[in-house]
Write a protein that binds this ligand. Structure first.
Ligand SMILES: [Zn+2]
Length: 245
C-alpha cells in the first residue's frame, strides 16, 4: 500500500505548501482522503487519470479539506469520466449536492454515477477502510446552539488496512486521546501536529506505532519541544513523497 501526501499545509495558506489531500493506493484501488484547494492540479502532476479514483473521503467541512472537491468533480465531468465514483461525506451529504447545483455543476449531466454516502458507510463499500469520529469540531458547540444551526460537528479519522500493515490518517484532531484506541499498534500514523498540544503528540510513542508522520503545521508548544521528538519514530511529512506500508 502506498500513500502520497498531496498537501501538508494548514488552514492558514502558505506560499510553499499545498492544502490537505492524501492519495492511497492498494493493489488496483485508488482513493483520496480530503481535497483541499489545488488538489486536482496535484493529481494531474501525478498523472492520475479521470477514471483512476475509486472513492473520495472528506473528513470534515473546513475549507482546507473540502475546497478542492468542486473543481475535482468538474474535472471528472469535463474529462469524460465514466466509472462510478464513491463520495463519502462527514455530515449532511445533501447539502454538498445543493452547493454543486448552486455552482451550476449538475450531477444529472455527469456520465458517471456519483454515489454520495455518509462516512459511517465507508466500511460497507470498502472492507479495507474504516473511520472513527474525532473531537476536532466540538469547540463549535456554543455558536451552533446559540444560533440554532444545523452543523453536526462531525469530523473523522480514516484507517487503511493491507496485508503488510495499517495506515491511519488522523486528519484534524483536538487531541490524540480521542483516537488512541484506533491508532494503537498501527504501522504508520499521519497525524495533525498543528492542533493538538505537544503532550498529545509526544505520548504517541507509548502506542506501539512504527512511524508517526507529522503534518498540517506544528503547534507552538510542539515547536518549543521539537527536540523531544524521537528520531526514527517521528518525521515531518513531505509533499509528494511516497510512503509505503
Ligand atoms: Zn485543517
Amino acid at each position: 500500500m502506498d500513500a502520497i501526501i498531496l498537501g501538508t499545509g494548514s488552514g492558514l495558506p502558505q506560499a510553499d505548501k499545498n492544502l490537505s489531500g492524501l492519495l492511497v493506493r492498494k493493489h488496483d484501488s485508488l482513493v483520496l482522503a480530503d481535497c483541499g484547494d489545488g488538489c486536482t492540479k496535484r493529481l494531474l502532476e501525478l498523472k492520475i487519470g479521470a477514471d483512476d479514483l475509486d472513492a473520495i473521503f472528506i473528513t470534515h467541512y473546513h475549507p482546507d479539506h473540502v475546497s478542492g472537491l468542486f473543481m475535482l468533480l468538474q474535472w471528472l465531468f469535463l474529462a469524460g469520466r465514466t466509472k462510478a465514483l464513491y463520495l463519502f461525506l462527514p455530515e449532511r451529504p445533501a447539502a454538498i449536492i445543493e452547493i454543486m447545483q448552486l455552482m451550476y455543476t449538475f450531477i444529472q449531466k455527469f456520465k458517471f454515477k456519483l454515489q454520495v454516502l455518509d462516512m459511517e458507510q465507508a466500511e460497507l463499500y470498502f472492507d479495507w477502510i474504516t473511520t472513527i469520529g474525532t473531537d476536532h469540531l466540538l469547540g463549535y458547540s456554543d455558536i451552533i446552539r446559540e444560533h440554532n444551526l444545523s452543523n453536526q460537528m462531525k469530523s473523522w479519522s480514516v484507517k487503511f488496512t493491507c496485508e503488510a500493515g495499517v495506515l491511519v490518517y488522523s486528519s484534524d484532531i483536538g487531541t490524540t486521546d480521542c483516537i488512541a484506541g484506533f491508532i494503537k499498534g498501527v504501522h504508520t500514523l499521519i497525524v495533525d501536529a498543528g492542533h493538538p498540544e505537544a503532550d498529545q503528540i509526544l505520548k504517541l510513542k507509548y502506542l506501539d506505532i512504527h512511524r508517526v508522520i507529522l503534518t498540517h503545521g506544528i503547534s507552538n508548544s510542539l515547536e518549543i519541544r521539537k527536540q523531544e521528538l524521537e528520531e526514527g519514530l517521528f518525521l515531518f511529512a513531505k509533499e509528494g513523497h511516497v510512503y509505503r506500508v
